[in-house]
Design a protein around this ligand. Structure first.
Ligand code: GLC
Length: 520
């Protein structure tokens, strides 16, 4: 099988959030499945689709389980993306409804890296800008053209390749033009039109609306006529893209079930439910080589299961760095992420005073909407010994917090998967999470399941819910002893790696997508 990813982000070339991490790790993990020695293990797959319409049953036979290398990842070349010296750069003519003669010449900058092939679409008028998706005035008005150009350039490059594509793996709204164009502009080109489309939704909050005028940047008039009816005002990329895809998934089974309800579906619940067994959830993996307290060189000391002496050292160093008293036994609650209502920073801000009364110390690291942490900042100014608010983007500091905190907070209102809670558990830091989406799928409550618990889970995303879970967590922390060590150990023992599950599940899904495409 030849698999090609198209995405707006892929770490380290382009990243604003979890999407970038996941596309990179997934491409690497899926490409590794093509290694001959591991292929035998992957011939039988079952029941990876846990979404709606029941369980989907076996992956189809008759389609090779081998994923060919290289796996390709198409990305925009945004401003500042540096490329290795051995990268090649080739001109590529791309149909472009905005170009005076209907064709724009872009450059395709290609190189092998991290186990897959990066294929950057280089066209400065589209991508050499301040932001990826917009600036201080909001989303770029021509995003339909920009991401249409990304996808169209990818399809044109694939048309020229010496091997046809079996699976187009598309991520979020920015890559939806690929499936739309496949069906309307490339219907006469079997190399493209025969490819199956698998869509992974990382963020349902952004769906990519294009008005008729904006659509004119993406497609030519006769193509637009095929994409939308004469009375439609425009097109919602994510909605109209998933309708045409063979398979659609989101990044945890729990979130897949939630988005079928109006409360979480963001207007897409009906469309997703309509996909029946073609929609499901696959829990993201974690890159366990990148996230490993035993080798993490951002930490003042390393540690692993069975010997947490280094974690105590990390705690001391972090508290000193924050200006907290390292000899003080009060628990330190860490929280990292985008300052965004999705992540529930405001819940923490509202609960913070009570938490301090209960003997907590708090460290927050994140950038975004400063209003969400205004209360916390005011508290930090008064209680420098107990509250630290660090409004920066600092990868190494994030690692020091995962390792040095006693408890990790993730009170997200909704969470497709989430990565912080997995990292925290791997670093021996039990997580306090809202029972939603991927958080509910990855953290087990220690009071409800004393022998299996890995953290503390609360049901109502309001300050009292968070407070109650923190109280329980802090009482376990203070009790300490074997019970606390076992709680930490259970979290550290989990194998979150892509190889342990998700990579196989995607590989099986690719086969199923191919078989669905053949049936159409
Ligand atoms: C988005 C989601 C997050 C998920 C990530 C990667 O950022 O909000 O929950 O972990 O994508 O799939």
């Amino acid at each position: 099988m030849r698999v090609v990813c198209i995405s707006a982000e892929c770490e380290p070339w382009a990243k604003t959030g979890g999407l970038g991490d996941v596309v990179d790790a997934l491409a690497r993990a899926v490409a590794a499945i093509g290694e001959p020695e591991s292929a035998a293990e992957h011939t039988v797959q079952s029941q990876v689709w846990v979404g709606t319409g029941g369980v989907m049953g076996q992956a189809p036979g008759g389609i090779s389980p081998h994923v060919e290398r290289p796996v390709d990842v198409f990305l925009p070349r945004y401003r500042g993306v540096s490329v290795p010296e051995d990268a090649t750069s080739t001109p590529l003519a791309v149909p472009d409804p905005r170009a005076p003669d209907g064709v724009t010449e872009v450059r395709l900058v290609e190189f092998e890296a991290r186990g897959y092939r990066v294929r950057l679409v280089d066209h400065p008028p589209a991508f050499d800008r301040d932001g990826y998706y917009g600036d201080e005035n909001g989303d770029y008005e021509d995003n339909g053209w920009r991401f249409g150009l990304l996808c169209r350039a990818a399809l044109e490059a694939l048309l020229d390749d010496d091997r046809p594509v079996d699976v187009l793996h598309l991520h979020d709204w920015q890559s939806m033009p690929a499936v739309l164009l496949r069906d309307v502009a490339y219907a006469g080109y079997p190399r493209i039109s025969a490819a199956a489309a698998m869509v992974t939704i990382h963020n349902l909050a952004y769906q990519g609306w294009l008005s008729r005028a904006q659509l004119a940047g993406l497609a030519a008039p006769d193509e637009i006529a095929q994409l939308i009816g004469p009375h439609q005002d425009g097109l919602l990329l994510l909605r109209d893209g998933v309708k045409r895809a063979e398979l659609v998934n989101t990044v945890s089974p729990g979130y897949a079930a939630e988005v079928l309800t109006p409360a979480f579906g963001m207007g897409m619940d009906g469309v997703l439910a309509g996909l029946g067994h073609r929609f499901g959830g696959i829990l993201n993996g974690l890159d366990t080589a990148i996230w490993d307290p035993a080798t993490d060189d951002a930490l003042p000391a390393n540690y692993s299961r069975g010997d947490l002496a280094g974690k105590a050292e990390c705690r001391r160093a972090l508290l000193t760095e924050l200006g907290f008293d390292p000899a003080d036994g009060r628990p330190v609650l860490g929280m990292i992420g985008r300052l965004d209502p999705q992540k529930g920073f405001d819940l923490l801000a509202a609960a913070a005073k009570d938490l301090l009364v209960e003997g907590a110390r708090i460290v927050v690291l994140g950038t975004g909407d400063p209003k969400l942490v205004a209360d916390l900042r005011a508290l930090a100014a008064k209680r420098k010994d107990s509250v630290a608010v660090l409004e920066t983007f600092d990868r190494a500091l994030a690692r020091r917090i995962y390792a040095g905190a006693d408890l990790y907070l993730m009170p997200s209102r909704f969470e497709p998967c989430g990565q912080g809670q997995m990292i925290a558990l791997r670093y021996g830091t039990p997580a306090i999470v809202h029972r939603t989406g991927g958080l509910a799928d990855t953290v087990i409550d220690a009071d409800a399941s004393p022998d299996e618990g890995t953290g503390f889970v609360f049901d109502v995303p309001k300050p009292p819910g968070l407070l109650e879970a923190c109280r329980r967590a802090m009482s376990h922390f203070h009790a300490g002893g074997d019970a606390w060590a076992e709680l930490q150990d259970r979290g550290m023992a989990i194998d979150w790696s892509w190889e342990a599950g998700p990579a196989d599940q995607y590989a099986a899904s690719y086969r199923r997508a191919v078989s669905l495409r053949r049936e159409r």
